[in-house]
Design a protein around this ligand. Structure first.
Ligand SMILES: [Mn+2]
Length: 226
């Protein structure tokens, strides 16, 4: 039996939500976990969230997609550009989790962030942080589209016929946004929402909160936003 494909939405430093989710979903060697980006910033412990993902790499296949927050952090680190913006949009919490400065960030954590993909695809899905231009193949998308643009909810399905699984546009309902050809699973864990994991073929949702709350698995169709 083939393994599961498990997409996880924006983690934003919510280490305990991630730990709770992984303890319940229990990825095994045949599973592929797709982390949709924005692992860093805003929440209380980015350092520990990345440690948990590095640990997870030893258990199963992990695909990490780069979010706009990782893009900001890497740009601030390498060039000094965007530093003010990044610190304002949650970078301050990230640095605090390491001890206060870039010098405290572990080299293997930078390596992990730098390994981030623009997107990842299967026969049936395209996984991306923010959104895609429906008429353009994934490898020709702009970085603005891949990591920055907000999902409006009325985009046409992608020309490839594959379902786009994305994060970035936080759903304050705490529920995935589902419409024809699209599933957004950024469900606002750093706010008052949930961290969502979607088993894409079974269409099952597992979700957790930073306070350790957990629900799942629940059928995706029972959870969709209004
Ligand atoms: Mn984002």
């Amino acid at each position: 039996m083939p393994g599961r494909t498990l997409a996880i939405g924006d983690i934003h430093g919510c280490d305990f939500a991630l730990e709770t989710l992984l303890q319940n979903v229990q990825p095994v060697a045949d599973d592929t976990v797709v982390v949709l980006g924005d692992v860093v910033d805003r929440g209380p412990d980015t350092r520990r969230a990345i440690d948990l993902l590095l640990e997870l790499c030893k258990t199963c296949e992990l695909k990490f997609i780069l979010g706009n927050h990782e893009e900001m952090m890497l740009k601030a680190y390498h060039t000094g550009e965007w530093m003010r913006e990044w610190l304002t949009f949650g970078g301050e919490e990230t640095l605090a989790s390491y001890g206060g400065s870039f010098a405290d960030v572990l080299p293997e954590h930078f390596d992990f962030l730098a390994s981030g993909l623009n997107y990842w695809e299967t026969e049936t899905e395209i996984f991306v942080h923010a959104t895609l231009d429906s008429g353009v193949p994934p490898d020709l998308q702009t970085r603005e589209c891949l990591r920055w643009e907000r999902l409006q909810g009325d985009e046409p399905p992608h020309d490839s016929g594959r379902t786009v699984i994305c994060g970035h546009t936080s759903q304050r309902s705490g529920k995935p946004l589902v419409f024809d050809g699209w599933i957004c699973i950024d469900t606002w864990v750093y706010g008052d929402g949930w961290l969502t994991c979607l088993d894409t073929s079974a269409e099952l949702v597992y979700r957790s909160k930073q306070d350790g709350s957990y629900e799942g698995p629940v059928a995706l169709e029972h959870l969709v936003s209004d």
